[in-house]
Design a protein around this ligand. Structure first.
Ligand SMILES: [Zn+2]
Ligand SMILES: [Zn+2]
Length: 256
C-alpha cells in the first residue's frame, strides 16, 4: 500500500487518461493520491478529481511560480478549504529559480497561506527552490509549525532538512531521489526519521528512473519508494508502510 502525497492529476497530460491513471495506481498498490492545487483558476479540476474518486484528495493554494493569476486572501483560502475533500493548504512557498528578482509578492502570498493553514488547522504543502533561507525564515516568523506540513519534492541540503524537521515538518521525496546524480539527496533520505518521511511523484513532472524524461503518473510513486528504500537500506514494504501511515497522520482530514 502506497500513497502519492503530491501529484497534479488535473493537468491535461493526466486528466485525459484519468481512468487509466487510476487503474495503473491500483495495479501498483498505490491506494491514494493527493491532487495539489497551483492556482485558483484551475482549482475546479483539482476538486473535481477528488469528488469523482474516493481515494483522491485535494488541496487549495496558489503556487509561487504563478505571477499573473487570482491572488487569494486568507478568507478566500479558508472558504475554499472548507470543501470536505480538501486536506491541505498549498502548494505554497517561494521560488527564486523562476523568479530571480525574489519578488515581495511571493513572500506576501506565502505568509497568507501560512496564516490560512493555521486558522483552518490544515497542513501546508511547501515548495521551495533557490529560496531555502527565506522559506525557513518565513515559516518561523509566521508560526508554520502550528499548522505543520510537508517540504514537498525536497531537493535542498541536509541543513535545510534539519531546519524543516525542527519545525515539525515532514520531508517528501520525488523521483529526483532516483536520479544518478542525486547522491547528496539520497544522504538526506537516509537521515530523515522514518516518522517524517513521505513519497510523491509531482506527476506529470519528474518521472523516476526507469521512466525519466517521460510523463510521470501517480503509479510511479512505487519507483520513488524503491529508490528511497534503497538509499535507506530498507525494504520497499517498510517504506510503503511508514510513508502511508505518515500521510494519514499528517493529512488528518484524509480518510483511508
Ligand atoms: Zn512544487
Ligand atoms: Zn507540484
Amino acid at each position: 500500500m502506497l500513497v502519492d502525497s503530491h501529484c497534479h492529476l488535473d493537468f491535461p497530460d493526466l486528466i485525459q487518461n484519468e481512468a487509466d491513471m487510476l487503474a495503473r495506481m491500483a495495479d501498483n498498490g498505490v491506494t491514494h493520491a493527493l491532487c495539489v492545487a497551483v492556482k485558483l483558476e484551475t482549482l475546479a479540476g483539482v476538486i473535481g478529481a477528488a469528488d469523482r474518486h474516493p481515494n483522491v484528495f485535494a488541496s487549495v493554494g496558489v503556487h509561487p511560480d504563478n505571477a499573473d493569476c487570482e491572488e487569494p486572501d486568507e478568507a478566500r483560502l479558508l472558504e475554499l478549504a472548507a470543501h470536505p475533500k480538501v486536506v491541505a493548504i498549498g502548494e505554497t512557498g517561494l521560488d527564486y529559480y523562476w523568479h530571480k528578482d525574489a519578488p515581495e509578492w511571493q513572500r506576501a502570498r506565502f505568509r497568507t497561506h501560512i496564516r490560512a493553514a493555521r486558522r483552518c488547522a490544515k497542513p501546508l504543502i511547501i515548495h521551495t527552490r533557490d529560496s531555502a533561507v527565506d522559506t525557513l525564515r518565513l515559516m518561523q516568523e509566521e508560526g508554520a509549525g502550528e499548522a505543520g506540513g510537508v517540504m514537498h519534492c525536497f531537493t535542498e541540503t541536509l541543513e535545510v532538512a534539519k531546519g524543516a524537521l525542527d519545525l515539525g515538518f515532514y520531508i517528501s521525496f520525488s523521483g529526483i531521489v532516483s536520479f544518478k546524480n542525486a547522491e547528496s539527496l539520497r544522504e538526506v533520505a537516509r537521515y530523515v526519521p522514518a516518522d517524517r518521511l513521505l513519497v510523491e511523484t509531482d506527476a506529470p513532472y519528474l518521472a523516476p528512473v526507469p521512466f525519466r524524461g517521460k510523463t510521470n503518473q501517480p503509479a510511479y510513486v512505487r519507483h520513488v519508494a524503491e529508490a528511497v528504500a534503497a538509499a535507506r537500506g530498507e525494504t520497499l514494504e517498510a517504506v510503503a508502510e511508514v510513508t502511508t501511515r505518515n500521510f494519514f497522520r499528517l493529512f488528518k482530514d484524509a480518510r483511508p
